[in-house]
Design a protein around this ligand. Structure first.
Ligand code: RIB
Ligand code: CA
Length: 339
């Protein structure tokens, strides 16, 4: 008998990979979305909010009535630093213009709203999937400490335990943007799973998949394909590879199909004071500190299985040809690879 859907809050900063993550969330019957909360990160908060509203309206159905809330406009203890080069394009969605949002943002602050959801739900019912700087989540755990033992878990896209960073040599963007918040969340005692660059960089989405989505031509698949193409073009320039990491979508996949990844329990924290290491995820996988593990860290991923999972879900849920003959047929993906 299938398990009841997990009730989730998505805390995000769309952002292209956040957009793909949102599409995947709403293509996953295992997840029941309580709400989408926003925080400054890839772009400023006003743009993040507008992007989140447009994306939910584009998905339609239950997404069009999902509350979208404004969260923090910057880190807890530092000035907000926007990326020097807009990785996700000027407005955060790779230059893909979506129809204007048809509804306003939900009133109230995201942090208080998440707290209300947690208090109004049974203990262990709400999972937070965090795909952005952890400012909102740290604020939640600080200002509403009772939520700590009521949350089911927090699945975080962030950090790089054993791999180079992408914001600095030592730090991944979400943890670097607000290291104090990241540290607070990692040391909060809430069940935590961390999906970092260690695995997201191993599960790339090739340009051919973006082209399959564009060729499908439905509103969501086409938008997803064009956003991914923007990211691939950036990867091609910087990394000489015609593919891109869809970091946040892998965090959603981890919440739905944790078996797609390999995990190790470790005591973790986030460096906040290092001159060159601010935001670095420190993972004690060998027990050197003697401190008990406080997180499950993703250390491996079945890249092909994730790729098929993502494409199948996007095309089955949003595709113009949901009757199959697309990514649920792995041969098609293979064929795409050969082109
Ligand atoms: O380092 C990748 C993370 O930073 C992703 O969440 C991406 O959207 C950016 O926010
Ligand atoms: Ca993000």
């Amino acid at each position: 008998m299938s398990r009841a859907p997990s009730r989730v809050v998505i805390d995000c900063d769309p952002g292209i990979d956040d957009a793909i993550a949102l599409f995947l969330v709403y293509a996953s019957p295992e997840l029941d979305v309580a709400g989408v909360t926003t925080v400054a990160g890839n772009v400023g908060l006003d743009q993040v909010v507008d992007n989140a509203l447009r994306l939910c309206d584009l998905v339609g159905g239950p997404a069009a009535t999902t509350p979208v809330l404004r969260g923090h406009a910057g880190p807890l203890a530092r000035a907000l630093r926007q990326p020097d080069e807009p990785v996700h394009g000027a407005y955060g969605l790779g230059g893909v213009e979506l129809p204007a949002a048809v509804r306003p943002v939900h009133p109230g602050h995201a942090v208080d709203w998440i707290a209300d959801q947690v208090y109004d739900s049974g203990p262990g019912e709400i999972t937070v999937i965090a795909t952005a700087p952890l400012t909102n989540i740290a604020a939640l755990l600080h200002t509403h400490p009772d939520t700590r033992e009521r949350l089911r878990e927090i699945v975080v896209m962030g950090g790089a335990a054993f791999a180079p960073g992408n914001a600095t040599p030592a730090a991944e963007f979400n943890f670097h943007a607000d290291p104090e918040a990241a540290r607070y969340v990692t040391e909060s005692g809430v069940p935590l799973r961390i999906v970092g660059l260690d695995v997201t960089r191993k599960a790339l989405t090739p340009l051919t998949d973006a082209d399959v989505l564009i060729a499908d031509g439905a509103p969501v698949t086409s938008a997803a394909g064009r956003m991914l193409r923007h990211l691939v073009e950036r990867y091609a320039r910087r990394h000489k590879v015609r593919a891109c990491a869809v970091h946040d979508a892998l965090a959603v996949a981890a919440a739905v199909r944790p078996d797609l990844l390999e995990w190790t329990d470790a005591w973790v924290t986030v460096e906040c004071a290092g001159e060159f290491t601010r935001g670095a995820l420190v993972a004690d996988v060998h027990g050197r500190t003697g401190l008990p593990p406080n997180a499950r860290v993703a250390t491996g991923v079945d890249a092909q299985a994730f790729r098929t999972f993502l494409m199948t879900r996007l095309l089955d849920r949003y595709g113009a040809h949901p009757d199959g003959g697309h990514a649920s047929n792995p041969d098609l993906l293979t064929d795409q690879r050969r082109k």
